[in-house]
Design a protein around this ligand. Structure first.
Ligand SMILES: Cc1ncc(C[n+]2csc(CCOP(=O)(O)OP(=O)(O)O)c2C)c(N)n1
Length: 951
């Protein structure tokens, strides 16, 4: 604190009032003391009054004004009201800057919105003024041309600036530079006066496109859903302005996420998707051309286009496809953007690639994913340098009105947590809408913050065009039906102002309408065009899926990588236990003896290291992933002396691939969505998301169901995103045992993803490498170990890493001469089975591991069954209850493969609601029962075909 401004000063009172930012005031005050001309004129009277008056006294001794009824509880200005007029005016200005938005005329459906007098925080009496003061002159703080002006005039300017068609929330963002900059833009620019005729014409042209496009479809395709933008048409001139202004400020690529509302309009009028293509999709019998799997409805599909900005810059636009699940696309867009920034080297300045999210008012208020996504906005490894958020606030969500859909004042209030500036703007004032849009993108480029624009509008029809809104909102919809379209309001205003004449406007409309009609005439009645992949036979597809790629790595390279993984820089103080660990890891790659075979942690690091070695990028994020939840990874080493980190995988050699590892925030939904987005924009990279325990992946179920499992089928969107989901029944209770294998298997179809439960470090190594070295791009779900991380038998010799590839099914390494029983299993229980077989000297049972559950390598399984010529029984053994795990998935396949004479049985836990027992003792009992039942040491447990224990 400046020594002159000690803690008892009146300036402190100003600061404590909450209206002014301390750093900003001090900075300005220091400048003022050097020379008053150095500060903005609006500050000068404030500082002048500080210098000249003894405020300490006047504030502390001021008599308490009489409470009037309306301000009985609200008293922040009582001290102010008794101080000098200059100071009170300064406070009034601050009050408008802070609360003016509460009286802003932003709602096109509410011509009686609150006047400033009705807003408690703005009442003149609170500042010690009465109506009699309105004609008295006061310092105008730059709000009028003259340094002083009648209060009335100052008030009018304040209202026009802060309570007009734009409401702005920006005070107290803890970003003095941003606040000051924005203040200047808002207070010192007569924006609309500076708009050229061409610019106004452009706005009108975009409104024409926006509205006439909708009304054209409305008449041509009666009763078809399109989720019209009518009532919020201004979005189109706003988006156009954003793209143009942003392009002028260096943005070359935009990634856009939005829901149904207005999506077709955006595709047509922003992305330049041809009108005829859009119309074709409305035709009866439309089947998409090309490789689109089972496809998706027209208002969910993505699009990419390259357009030229109004000033001739090339801009590429990507509209990310999304499911119905509102707001779920938000993290995906952020991930895509970030990934592109990394790929194009824009991840430091983040000036070239920007995300735009377009929300609905009900969805942004209700969906937690918005918060989870916003939480990424300033984090290393996730921050995209500022997102522009548009909220189409049509004041309804399906049939639900704001009073029922949120507890917050504004639907944009989430922005406040993240200190993002917010504009509320009336959609019926397109020039103000474009003004705030331009400010928003400039702010993003200057300050790299998120910015919110709430476009306050209405919805002309029901939720969709077949929906009757008057069932539930009869009065509101009467008002809406009587409304003049925004385009006409603006058009008439331009005519009134003499800016455009009627003929020019009519010509613009006619031209646009005829282009729509022309597109209608030339639309295709599309029938399915067969693509190459349609022609592929099932066996050819299988070949691709089970194609063997050599994933071994020469021993000398592995040794070199392994050695570097175990080195730290000079003077780096390792935790003593990690020093031991690194020594052990070094011994593993040196292959000194069989005691030092490679364990899971080292196998995983070698997989990453070897991919990086050859230039592939690897990114891993998840909760506590740097160390690893189970302390097995230690990808990040921390210097015990100074907490500086060192990541050996980043330091393998010159020219290696990029390695990123991040401890993510405690969110599954947004982080997995982000990684999905990252992976689709970086198909050559190995991108992994790790759940803390596999159980928690269901917090991200929307991303799994709607994106990972189906994106290729719906949107031809391919990804090799890899999920690491710790899974295993080890007595830790219902919530730390199951990654829900059954859920993933229930999503499996059309070879949409790979579902794998590997049992050895070498298998995991080859699996991760195969994921990238094969051209096939499929999501990979890996059930990863917990206890096996340190199980002495769960190790692999160095040789196993130097040759071969991932095996989908591992046959018994020591099959008996005559196999009577074939024990099939997947995952960690294998180790119990071989132990028990050995202990009991069972000599007629083969134990076979299904490492990849989906797609199942049926040919390999047939071969194995074929070698067991004496087979009597095939048992599926699993740890999970019978309604979980792989049993329900695999039973029919096995039945079909096995000869009729061979009995198929199930051994595992009973059907259960909860995935696992709560007590360790119960777990052990159940586990023992599985083994004894399997090996017949006790009476076998008898299950019916649903896995229920028979009485
Ligand atoms: C997560 C989710 N829950 C429910 C729905 C069903 N739904 C579709 S649109 C809609 C209303 C959305 O309202 P709003 O966000 O205001 O957008 P608007 O349709 O008004 O543009 C609802 C509830 C959905 N699509 N997604």
């Amino acid at each position: 604190m400046n020594e002159h401004l000690n803690t008892n000063s009146s300036l402190d009172a100003l600061i404590n009032s909450g209206f002014l930012n301390q750093d900003l005031i001090e900075e300005q005050y220091a400048l003022y003391k050097q020379n008053p001309s150095q500060v903005d004129p609006s500050w000068r009277p404030v500082f002048a009054s500080l210098e000249n008056e003894k405020f300490n006294d006047s504030i502390s001794q001021a008599p308490f004004p009489q409470q009037n009824e309306s301000s009985a509880l609200y008293q922040p200005y009582v001290a102010v009201a008794s101080t000098s007029p200059d100071y009170r005016i300064a406070h009034l200005v601050e009050a408008y800057r802070t609360f003016g938005h509460l009286a802003a005329k932003t709602n096109p459906l509410d011509s009686n919105s609150s006047s400033t007098e009705e807003i408690e925080q703005l009442r003149l009496e609170n500042f010690g003024f009465t109506k009699n003061d309105l004609s008295n002159s006061f310092p105008s703080h730059g709000f009028t041309k003259n340094p002083t002006a009648p209060l009335n005039e100052i008030l009018n300017e304040l209202k026009a600036t802060y309570s007009g068609c734009i409401g702005v929330e920006y005070m107290g963002l803890h970003s003095p530079d941003l606040e000051f900059w924005l203040q200047r833009q808002i207070e010192h620019k007569d924006y609309t006066a500076t708009l050229s005729v061409e610019q106004k014409q452009t706005i009108l042209q975009h409104l024409n496109k926006s509205e006439l496009f909708e009304s054209f479809i409305h008449t041509k395709y009666v009763g078809q859903k399109r989720f019209s933008l009518e009532g919020s048409e201004t979005l189109i001139p706003m988006l156009a302005a954003m793209i143009d202004t942003g392009a002028g400020l260096g943005i070359e690529e935009y990634y856009i996420g939005m829901s149904h509302r207005g999506r077709l309009n955006v595709l047509a009028n922003i992305f330049d998707k041809s009108y005829s293509d859009i119309f074709s999709e409305f035709e009866e019998g439309y089947v998409p051309a090309s490789v689109e799997g089972s496809g998706d409805v027209k208002y969910h599909k993505g699009f990419y286009s390259q357009i030229k900005s109004i000033h001739g810059h090339n801009v590429s636009l990507t509209l990310t496809p999304n499911p119905s699940h509102l707001e779920s696309v938000d993290p995906v867009v952020e991930g895509q953007t970030y990934s592109r920034q990394v790929l194009r080297g824009d991840d430091v300045t983040k000036d070239k690639i920007a995300p735009i999210l377009i929300h609905g008012d009900a969805a942004i208020s209700g969906q937690g994913i918005v918060y989870e996504t916003m939480q990424l906005c300033n984090l290393d490894g996730y921050a995209t340098g500022g997102t522009i958020h548009f909220i189409i606030n049509n004041q309804i969500g399906f049939t639900t009105i704001p009073r029922d859909s949120r507890s917050t004042t504004y639907c944009s209030d989430i922005a406040k947590i993240f200190r993002a500036p917010i504009f509320h703007v009336n959609a019926e004032d397109p020039e103000d809408c474009v003004f705030v849009t331009n400010l928003a993108i400039e702010m993003r480029q200057r300050f790299h913050c998120d910015v919110f624009i709430e476009l306050v509008c209405y919805r002309k029809y029901g939720h969709n065009e077949t929906d009757e809104p008057a069932f539930t909102q009869p009065i509101k919809y009467k008002i809406i039906r009587d409304k003049k379209p925004i385009r006409e309001i603006y058009r008439d205003a331009l005519i009134r102002q003499g800016i455009l004449n009627k003929d020019v406007i009519a010509a613009m409309e006619t031209e646009f309408k005829s282009s729509l009609q022309q597109a209608m005439n030339t639309k295709n009645s599309v029938v399915k065009i067969h693509s190459d992949t349609d022609e592929l036979s099932a066996s050819e597809k299988n070949e691709e899926l089970f194609q063997r790629v050599e994933t071994g790595v020469p021993k000398d390279i592995l040794k070199e990588i392994g050695t570097r993984l175990c080195q730290v820089p000079e003077g780096f103080v390792l935790h003593p236990k990690l020093a031991v660990l690194l020594r052990e890891r070094l011994a593993m790659v040196k292959d000194v003896d069989s005691k030092h075979s490679i364990d899971w942690g080292m196998g995983e690091l070698l997989a990453y290291g070897s991919l990086l070695w050859n230039g592939t990028s690897v990114r891993l994020s998840g909760q506590d992933s740097c160390r690893g939840t189970f302390s097995h990874r230690h990808a990040l080493l921390v210097n015990q002396a100074n907490e500086q980190g060192y990541i050996p995988l980043k330091n393998l050699k010159q020219g290696q691939g990029r390695f990123d590892v991040y401890n993510s925030p405690l969110s599954e939904y947004s982080v997995l969505g982000f990684e999905f987005g990252y992976s689709i924009a970086a198909p050559e990279a190995l991108v992994l998301w790790e759940a803390q325990f596999g159980d928690f992946s269901n917090c991200a179920q929307v991303i799994i169901d709607q994106y990972i499992a189906t994106s290729e089928q719906k949107w031809s969107q391919k990804t090799s995103l890899t999920l690491l989901l710790p899974h295993g029944y080890e007595g830790q209770g219902p919530e730390h045992s199951s990654a829900r294998i059954e859920r993933f298997l229930s999503l499996a179809g059309d070879s949409n993803m790979l579902i794998v439960n590997p049992t050895t470090p070498a298998q995991f190594f080859h699996l991760l490498r195969r994921q990238i070295l094969r051209p096939l791009r499929k999501p990979l779900i890996v059930f990863t170990p917990k206890g096996l991380l340190r199980h002495p038998a769960c190790v692999s010799r160095l040789e196993e890493f130097t040759k071969g590839t991932f095996q989908e099914i591992i046959d018994d390494p020591n099959p008996p001469k005559r196999t009577k029983r074939l024990m099939l299993c997947s995952g960690r229980i294998y180790y119990n089975l071989i132990e028990e077989r050995e202990r009991l000297a069972v000599d007629d049972a083969s134990i076979v591991r299904i490492e990849q559950l989906y797609p199942l390598n049926v040919e390999r399984l047939k071969e194995i069954i074929g070698r067991c010529s004496t087979l009597k029984e095939c048992v599926w053994v699993q740890e999970e209850p019978s309604n979980m795990g792989a049993w329900n998935f695999i039973r029919q396949i096995l039945r079909d493969l096995l000869p009729k004479s061979v009995e198929l049985t199930y051994v595992g836990r009973m059907r259960s609601a909860s995935p696992a027992a709560g007590s360790h003792a119960a777990h052990k009992r159940e586990h023992a029962a599985i083994l004894s039942s399997l090996f017949g040491t006790k009476d076998p447990l008898m299950y019916d075909t649903y896995g229920n224990l028979k009485a």
